[in-house]
Each structure stands twice: as C-alpha cells, then as structure tokens.
Design a protein around this ligand. Structure first.
Ligand code: C5P
Length: 225
C-alpha cells in the first residue's frame, strides 16, 4: 500500500526527557522538547502503524491516534518499554535519557543548611542496550545519538555496543539541529556505514523520511512468495 506502508506494523517510540527525583519538589532533567519523537509517533500513525508512545517530559502536545504511556524516571521508562517490546515490529528510542540518578530520593523536601551539600548519583540502566539484548531477529531497533564531534565513528560504535539496527545521528553543533528546534540535520547509519543523509529540514519531514526508509527495510526483510 502506497499511502500506508506501515499498515499492520506495531511501532514503539520513546520521546522527551526523563526526570530523576531528588526530593518531592526537585529533580534532574534535560532540555529535550520531545518534538523529534512525537513527530515520529505522529507520522508512523499516519503511515498506518499501531503506535505506542512512551514519553517523558515534553513541551509539545501528544499526537492523536497513538497510545500514550507517561513515565517519569529512566527506570519507569525502561519498565514500560520492556513490558511492551515483545509485540513490536519497530522500536525507536528518541528519548533523552538521564545517564545518572540520585542514589537516594528524599521522601520529604530537603531543608537548607549552613553547609555545602553533596548529591550522590548512581548509574542508570541503558534502555536501548537492554532492548538490543532482548530483541528478536525480526524486530528493528533504532537509536538516536547526539554528538558534537567524530559523529560517524561514535554512531557506529554505539550501534554495535547497543546492538541496534540503525542509529540516527545528529551533529548538535550544526545550526538548526538538536534540542528544542523545529528542524534537524541527521545521518542514519547501519553496521556497514551511512545509509541515509537528511540535510536541514523540519523534524516532521525527518520523521517521514526516516519511517519511509524503515518501512522499506521491513519489506526487504520479509520473505515474499
Ligand atoms: O549513549 P547515548 O545516550 O548517546 O545513546 C543515545 C541513545 O540511547 C538514544 O537512543 C537514547 O534514547 C538511548 N539511551 C537509553 N538509555 C540510556 C541512555 C540512552 O535508551 N540510559
């Protein structure tokens, strides 16, 4: 089907920023707007997919026609992704995940004192890597990478380490790319190198072109009789 190339496919997208609680009123987070992931979820639904959007904090409205699971911390996001992953055909990890979380969450608001304060952080699990380890051969896993230098080398290294099929790399030093903007500039890599180059364009357009590429890969993987 020309217009609905993802009909019958299940696509899970993560988007937005994770939030790691320090106490009931404070947390650690990042500048992710959720725009890239939400655009992917919206476009995948338009292309006929059954879409699950696992979202952290975002500044844009959730798209229509997708199932939304709201999460806060990295661990919550991981639980949501792992419990939904088995029935998915495609998993796209566009969320900006916190690499660390406070070692302890204070049950009550931390009070100011006269002295300095140390905040101990512990490592968070890597959701993409956990997905990569559990994935079936028929599932396509797509990661994102925000890099400032050596973009290609780091992207391919990340792809291999996290066992994903595609990495969407954005060079966040390029004007119009990365956090908060409505546009992006990306290169997509598989284990053999560059497979898709998308110059400066709207995130919606990036989503459409990326998903068209993914739909094509899925079809090529199928056995036709
Ligand atoms: O290693 P880095 O954070 O740059 O990798 C980015 C990719 O890994 C993104 O797809 C992001 O969603 C995912 N990631 C994750 N869990 C983490 C850290 C990153 O799923 N703890």
């Amino acid at each position: 089907n020309e217009k609905k190339p993802l009909r019958g496919k299940r696509v899970l997208v993560t988007a937005g920023a994770t939030m790691e609680r320090i106490d009931p009123v404070r947390y650690l987070t990042n500048d992710s707007s959720g725009k890239m992931g939400y655009a992917i979820a919206e476009q995948a639904a338009r292309m006929g997919a059954e879409v699950t959007l696992v979202t952290g904090k975002a500044t844009v409205a959730v798209p229509n026609g997708v199932k939304v699971i709201r999460t806060e911390s990295t661990i919550e996001m991981m639980d949501a992704v792992l419990s939904a992953m088995d029935e998915q055909d495609v998993i796209i990890k566009a969320a900006a995940v916190s690499d660390y979380r406070p070692a302890e969450q204070a049950p009550e608001k931390i009070k100011k004192t006269e002295s300095e304060m140390m905040l101990k952080l512990v490592k968070n699990p890597d959701i993409l890597q956990a997905v990569g380890e559990r994935k079936k051969a028929s599932q396509l896993v797509v990661g994102f990478a925000a890099e400032t230098h050596n973009v290609e080398a780091f992207a391919i290294d990340k792809l291999k380490r996290k066992r994903c099929d595609l990495i969407v790399a954005n060079d966040v030093t390029v004007p119009g790319a990365g956090f908060g903007t409505d546009t992006n500039v990306v290169n997509v890599y598989d284990a053999n190198g560059l497979v898709l180059r998308l110059p400066l364009m709207e995130k919606r357009e990036v989503a459409a072109r990326l998903l068209a590429f993914i739909a094509d890969r899925l079809t090529k993987g199928e056995i036709t009789e």
